[in-house]
Design a protein. Structure first.
Length: 341
């Protein structure tokens, strides 16, 4: 068994931003008009870029950005909608279905993919295609899948400052890589320490709405896919209206929970207070409570710093369990079974 493939993927994430920044992404004139909404359609690793874009755009966009993880497109998507269809392989059946619906509903479409059927359809139909480098697992290609989306909205005037934020993100991740890569021992490696804490426990990741919520989702998904282990997430302040009550029983299960709280300087002051109170409520009932601080000035840099630590922690957790993090055999089996029907 080898874990070198995922290790290589993780090492190369900072450079993905540089690769996209060097690309010439030119928006055709037909897309330069006023839209009422943006829909990012994708699944799994190809959808996480849409989630990042949604929270990033919340900081400044005057129109909503919605993420669609389905075969069907929302009914509101029409002639005043820009659909960003994202599929790393270009063969995701749900995204192809949503693409076809976007055509029927009269939406404008831009495809982000490394190739496949989706790119071929878009070119045939006369839509813009941003072709990104292939050869990775979709979950390892977030730099390739998110960066074009940000640059597209920046060129359309829906957001601003994306290029500078992406440059900062690349630098922050490069610095962080020097601290958490496999050559750094556990006593100085936060990601390794997190993996050791997660081993034989059930990680529950808490983020904050509109800031670290997508990072928490990313941690959960990476632990699932890389370490092949269960993990769950929730966000403040919503979790204070339901989940926080669920720490009374059963005691033996609660004793197996590891709570990891993702902290962002942009968190609302009341959320910061909620975190402290919530931590005090649960600290005697769970195995451990840990916190991870975001780094960087821009929202993007801070998000990716949290996500990158989680990526490495999930990789190290796979190593702790003696599991190859790269294959996702259950997903491959499910797709094969669906193809028979």
């Amino acid at each position: 068994m080898t874990v070198e493939i995922m290790r290589k993927y993780l090492q190369g994430l900072p450079e993905q931003f540089g690769d996209i920044l060097q690309m010439k992404i030119k928006i055709p004139p037909k897309y330069r008009r006023d839209y009422h909404n943006i829909v990012v359609s994708g699944l799994g690793g190809s959808a996480i870029g849409g989630d990042i874009l949604r929270t990033y755009a919340t900081q400044q966009a005057s129109i909503p950005v919605v993420v669609n993880r389905d075969y069907d497109l929302p009914a509101f998507a029409g002639s005043q909608t820009l659909v960003l269809a994202v599929s790393y392989s270009g063969n995701t059946e749900e995204t192809i279905s949503a693409y076809q619906q976007a055509r029927w509903q009269g939406a404008d479409i831009i495809v982000v993919s490394s190739g496949g059927k989706l790119s071929a359809l878009a070119r045939e139909d006369g839509y813009m295609v941003v072709e990104v480098p292939g050869g990775l697992s979709p979950r390892a290609a977030t730099g390739y899948l998110f960066s074009p989306l940000a640059l597209i909205l920046d060129q359309l005037g829906i957001i601003s400052g994306a290029r500078a934020d992406l440059m900062e993100t690349q630098q922050v991740l490069s610095n962080l890589r020097a601290e958490i890569n496999p050559d750094i021992n556990a006593d100085r490696n936060l990601a390794r320490q997190l993996a050791v804490a997660m081993k034989n426990r059930i990680p529950v990741i808490w983020g904050s709405s509109s800031h670290s919520e997508v990072a928490a989702l990313r941690w959960k998904a990476q632990i699932n896919e890389n370490a092949k282990a269960p993990a769950y997430y929730n966000v403040f302040p919503e979790l204070n209206h339901n989940e926080i009550v669920g720490f009374e029983a059963p005691g033996d299960l609660l004793a197996q929970l590891l709570i990891i709280i993702l902290r962002d300087p942009g968190d609302h002051e009341r959320v910061k207070q909620r975190i402290e109170i919530s931590r005090a409520i649960i600290k005697e009932r769970v195995a451990q409570v840990m916190e991870v601080e975001a780094r960087g000035k821009s929202f993007l840099a801070r998000f990716y710093s949290l996500a990158y630590i989680g990526d490495y922690a999930s990789y190290y957790l796979a190593v702790e369990y003696g599991i190859n993090p790269t294959p996702v055999k259950v997903i491959d089996y499910l797709k094969a079974e669906l193809a028979k029907k």
